[in-house]
Each structure stands twice: as C-alpha cells, then as structure tokens.
Design a protein around this ligand. Structure first.
Ligand code: TMP
Ligand code: ASP
Length: 237
C-alpha cells in the first residue's frame, strides 16, 4: 500500500490518499502543540511512539469487540486506516480529576470519581473546541441521537478495557480523549489515536506524569516519558 496525494495535515499527523478509496495512510509527526496550537514544539520520537502504541491499543480494543479504523501498520510512523468522516466531537472520559475539569470546577487534581465522567467538546479550532452537551450536539446536527448513544457506550467500554490494561503496566489511566468516525455505510468506528498525546497517564507507584502534560506544563523529561510508556505497554505484552 502506497501514499498518493496528501489529503490533510493536522497538528500531529498527516493523512494521505491511497489507490483504494476506502483506505488512507496516516503519518505521525514529532510536532507537538498545546493550548489551541499557541504552544509549539517537537518531541523527538513521539510520532513513532504514538503510532505504535495507538495501533497496539486499537488491536486490544478490537479483540474486546470495539470496531476501530485500524488496518495495518506500515512502518514506525505510518499506518493504513479505514477512511472515515470524523464526527466533530472530542469525547473525553475521566476517572480522576485533572486538567480542564479541575480548573473549571475549582477542585484539586487527583480526586478519584465514583464512576467515570463522559463529556464532549465541539471539535472546532476556530471556536477553541467548546464544551457542549447532547442537546447542543443534536441541535447543531453534529451527530444523531443514535450515534451519540453508540459513541457513549463505546467510549465507556474503551475505558474499561484500557484501565485494566494500563493497571497491568503499573499506570493509572486518569483521563483520555477519543474521536469517532463514520464509514461509508454510516457505521461508527473508533478513529484518531490513543497515545500519551491524548491520555493522562500517572505512574501507579510514584504518581509521576508520563504523558503530554510534561510538555504542556514544561515539566522536562518529555521524550523520556513517552519512551517509558512504550516500555510499559510493550513490556506488558
Ligand atoms: P483536558 O483536561 O485538558 O480537558 O484534557 C482531557 C484529556 O483529553 C487529556 O487526557 C488530554 C486530552 N486532550 C486531547 O487529546 N486533545 C486536546 O486538545 C485536549 C484539550 C485534551
Ligand atoms: N493539541 C491540542 C492543541 O494544540 C491541545 C492539547 O493537547 O493540549 O490545541
């Protein structure tokens, strides 16, 4: 499978067409941004870590019955995925307070929730990805009620599978962001990526942050955290 024309370039990935209209190739970059793209940098090796980790986790999720866009890993940075129309919702599941939740509601980070929270933001950079609820998403025709029900059920199932897996790796899954897509026939599948860019990972023993917060918050040892997560995930196989 080979790349033909570039279809899209995002902040962390490029997407290329292939000879098959139902398949595209994603290419992961080392570029990192935060705070709506206002903070920019490079995390050396990140593209390869995110590509390999995301593919591995999508495989675990597929084995647990969750349909995903994954087709085939081509090399360190490139993967063939099913072509989807991305549902413009950033779906966020939280097990423990952190980040924007802690800030918005004025609580400290680290509060363990009785049950996971589900929220979504409108994926729209110009509007800075505003938080929205189901009736807003329906009013804006971003997804149907049935699609939202499917997405919620799938996201909670993803949380169960990943939380159990990361616990085996000595990592607490604090929160994460998912994106879903529609195949040509309308089927909803898990898309985008699952990586230290899109999850918060805290070391189960020390509480050390092993994710993109090290970049967002200038904590140092950013590359080392991504590499450590690779060792945890692939070591636990
Ligand atoms: P938040 O606490 O900043 O809302 O982030 C919640 C989770 O979503 C966290 O694991 C990081 C991830 N995330 C993304 O993947 N992309 C984004 O643009 C943002 C803001 C968060
Ligand atoms: N990548 C996102 C941005 O640049 C935000 C983040 O992950 O913190 O806006």
């Amino acid at each position: 499978m080979e790349k033909t024309t570039q279809l899209y370039e995002g902040k962390a990935k490029k997407v290329y067409a292939t000879a098959d209209p139902n398949l595209v190739i994603v290419s992961y970059k080392d570029d990192a941004t935060a705070f709506d793209g206002t903070k920019k940098g490079t995390i050396r090796g990140k593209g390869a870590v995110n590509n390999r980790m995301s593919n591995f986790l999508m495989g675990k999720l597929a084995a647990a019955g969750i349909p995903t866009h994954f087709v085939e890993e081509l090399n360190d940075r490139e993967t063939v995925v099913k072509k989807v129309e991305i549902v413009p919702l950033e779906v966020i599941i939280r097990n423990v307070s952190a980040g924007s939740f802690a800030k918005r509601y004025g609580v400290e980070e680290g509060i363990v929730f009785d049950e996971p929270t589900f929220e979504f933001s409108y994926k729209n950079d110009d509007l800075h990805d505003p938080l929205l609820n189901t009736s807003h998403a329906l009013a804006l025709h971003l997804a149907t009620r049935q699609e939202i029900d499917t997405i919620r059920a799938m996201a909670l199932k993803v949380n169960e599978v990943l939380r159990a897996f990361f616990a085996e790796c000595g990592v607490r899954l604090i929160d994460f962001k998912l994106e879903f897509g529609r195949l040509a026939d309308g089927t909803i599948v898990l898309a985008d990526e699952i990586s230290p860019d899109t999850c918060r990972f805290w070391d189960a023993r020390t509480g050390e942050k092993l994710d993109k917060d090290r970049f967002r918050r200038d904590l140092g040892s950013v590359e080392e955290a991504y590499e450590e997560m690779m060792r945890r995930v692939f070591g636990a196989r």
